[in-house]
Design a protein around this ligand. Structure first.
Ligand code: DQA
Length: 145
């Protein structure tokens, strides 16, 4: 049987992980996180398609694509678009693939403008504040679907 496919979508500025505000986001790069997720996915019998974009519309298109491809789940770290994007909220509501919201930091302990999550309004569940482990926890939840 074909492996279940999980899209891992990353939003703006996450390409700069490693050097970007390491006191908040840690020193791991997005490639390091990809390696971590790949290793866990292999153990769980899942296939990963990991992507990053600084453009909101790319994230919307990739959510649609995940649906069209019959993906098992999506892990979405929409970064700052989490707190602004009704387009992402609508896209998550428009597709039947379960979407897990992921954040390295815990936005609820940060500035008030990060306390609103449009992604969280439609996501199946949220994993935040555990650094790169937030992705692994979300992947494990997706594996248990
Ligand atoms: C983030 C949290 C967001 O508030 C922020 O805009 C990011 C990263 C996180 O992973 O902790 O860019 O999504």
């Amino acid at each position: 049987m074909a492996e279940k496919l999980v899209y891992v979508l990353n939003g703006p500025n996450l390409n700069l992980l490693g050097t970007r505000e390491p006191d908040i986001y840690g020193s791991q790069t997005l490639d390091d996180i990809a390696d971590l997720i790949e290793d866990r996915a292999r153990e769980l019998g899942l296939a990963i398609d990991m992507r990053q974009s600084n453009h909101e519309g790319h994230l919307v298109d990739w959510l649609h694509e995940a649906h069209a491809q019959g993906a098992h789940a999506v892990l979405l770290n929409a970064a700052a678009y989490t707190h602004t994007s009704i387009a992402l909220l609508d896209a998550i509501k428009a597709i039947s693939v379960p979407v897990y919201e992921v954040h390295l930091s815990d936005p609820h302990t940060r500035e008030p403008f990060r306390h609103v999550s449009y992604v969280g309004m439609a996501a199946r569940d949220t994993f935040q504040g555990h650094g790169a482990q937030s992705y692994v926890l979300a992947l494990e939840a997706a594996a248990n679907l």
